[in-house]
Ligand binder design. Structure first.
Ligand SMILES: Cc1cc2nc3c(=O)[nH]c(=O)nc-3n(C[C@H](O)[C@H](O)[C@H](O)COP(=O)(O)OP(=O)(O)OC[C@H]3O[C@@H](n4cnc5c(N)ncnc54)[C@H](O)[C@@H]3O)c2cc1C
Length: 380
């Protein structure tokens, strides 16, 4: 497996590193330090102007027509350079992907170039107070009103709504024989009348959002894909967006921070065994993520492999964060951590519990893998 070592990927990695060293970008990065949930938009604007946010999108929409692997190489370099990636994951990697897959020519032309430039941002609004894993049970409703719709309901536990202009919202537009019928996806202007955004407290740096829709007027151009057929679009896009790359990058970053400054002489056998075990798990996660990315470039979408990658990378990142806390806690006093690594690990410890819930819980990932394996056995 080649971890992004084609000459084009190397060029792009070099371009990102050079951009991160430029004074304007450096200053935008430095401005994020010390903030609990900093506003990353000025940094993204600077990266967007350099064409580094959406390299895999077609050129007509502000991208460079790069491959999935080339885009993954860019993302790795951005994260290695300290760029917070959550808004990128939501806006470019998820909502952008939906638009590319199912947007009308008008929607793509209106939204994608501004998103690629880092001038507009989008977030994901699926979860509801009573509906998480079983998303098909959602009750937020978009009822017909003339040519458009009136949207009412509550979405919770999304991220980055306060920094976003558009919400990709799943809502019910009808009912059918199964609960999967009658679900539609909407691109909602988050500044529209009737939208109320607030935070739900979280121990992690990134605060959760509570977004309420009170008879928000949506035009017909707000529907993404075909009305009532949102579920098949959701499942298709989930299988493409779920590479595990973002989780594997967290695992790698936290593992490196945990090892920083280690005094080898002070490490006992148990500690060295853990260094090897977690290091292998981190490497395996990166390999799994890159295999998914590589397969996407060959037109192969494998939901079970993607679920396995998400499961492994998120579980590993969580274990590494908890291990790092133990290593730097009472049991071991191997070294004094530099401020930078201490900050990374302290935030990791608070972020880790959410990783095995977000973007599909671990149990749901295992269920997906198991049901695919079961179907394959049944089919033979
Ligand atoms: C960090 C973070 C970021 C998030 N970002 C977003 C976002 O941007 N947008 C958004 O819409 N939502 C977001 N969410 C919400 C997330 O998608 C939900 O938390 C998730 O889908 C689980 O739903 P739930 O919390 O209602 O838990 P539930 O679905 O109620 O699950 C509770 C527990 O039961 C288990 N469980 C549920 N069903 C089954 C089953 N069939 N078999 C076995 N076990 C099961 C689950 O695995 C879990 O352990 C985020 C959550 C977190 C933690």
């Amino acid at each position: 497996m080649d971890f992004g070592r084609t000459s084009r990927e190397q060029e792009l990695r070099g371009e990102v590193r050079a951009a991160l060293g430029e004074p304007e970008v450096r200053a935008a990065l430095d401005a994020l330090r010390g903030e609990r949930e900093p506003d990353v938009r000025p940094l993204y604007w600077a990266l967007g102007r350099r064409g580094l946010l959406a390299v895999s999108w077609p050129e007509e929409y502000g991208g460079r027509g790069a491959s999935h692997a080339e885009a993954a190489a860019v993302i790795e370099e951005l994260v290695h350079g300290g760029v917070p990636d959550m808004l990128h994951v939501l806006s470019i990697q998820i909502v952008g992907l939906f638009l590319l897959q199912a947007g009308s020519p008008e929607q793509k032309a209106r939204l994608l170039p501004a998103m690629a430039r880092g001038e507009r941002f989008a977030t994901v609004l699926y979860t509801e107070p009573e509906v998480g894993s079983d998303l098909a049970g959602l009750i937020t409703a978009a009822t017909r009103d003339g040519k458009g719709y009136l949207l009412s309901g509550v979405k919770v536990y999304g991220l980055k709504s306060a920094m976003s202009d558009i919400g990709l919202c799943a809502a019910r537009t009808g009912r059918g024989p199964s609960k999967y019928d009658g679900i539609s996806l909407f691109l909602v202007d988050l500044d529209a009348q009737g939208v109320r955004r607030s935070h739900i407290g979280s121990i992690a740096d990134e605060q959760f959002d509570h977004v309420e829709f009170d008879r928000v007027r949506l035009g017909p151009e707000s529907v993404l894909g075909t009305e009532g057929e949102g579920w098949s679009l959701l499942t298709r896009c989930l299988a493409i967006e779920r590479t595990g790359l973002d989780y594997s990058l967290k695992a790698e970053r936290w593992y490196r921070a945990a090892l920083a400054g280690i005094e080898p002489d002070a490490a006992d056998d148990r500690f060295l065994e853990q260094v090897g075990r977690y290091g292998a798990a981190v490497d395996a996660g990166r390999l799994m993520a890159w295999q998914i990315v590589d397969r996407l470039d060959h037109g192969e979408v494998d939901p079970a492999a993607a679920a396995a990658a998400k499961y492994h990378t998120s579980e590993t990142a969580q274990e590494v964060a908890l291990w790092a806390a133990e290593v730097h806690g009472l049991g071991y006093t191997l070294r004094a951590l530099a401020d930078e690594q201490a900050t990374v690990l302290e935030a990791a410890y608070r972020e880790a519990p959410g990783l095995t819930l977000s973007a599909g819980t671990s149990q749901i990932m295992l269920e997906l893998v198991a049901s695919t394996a079961f179907a394959a056995v049944e089919g033979n």
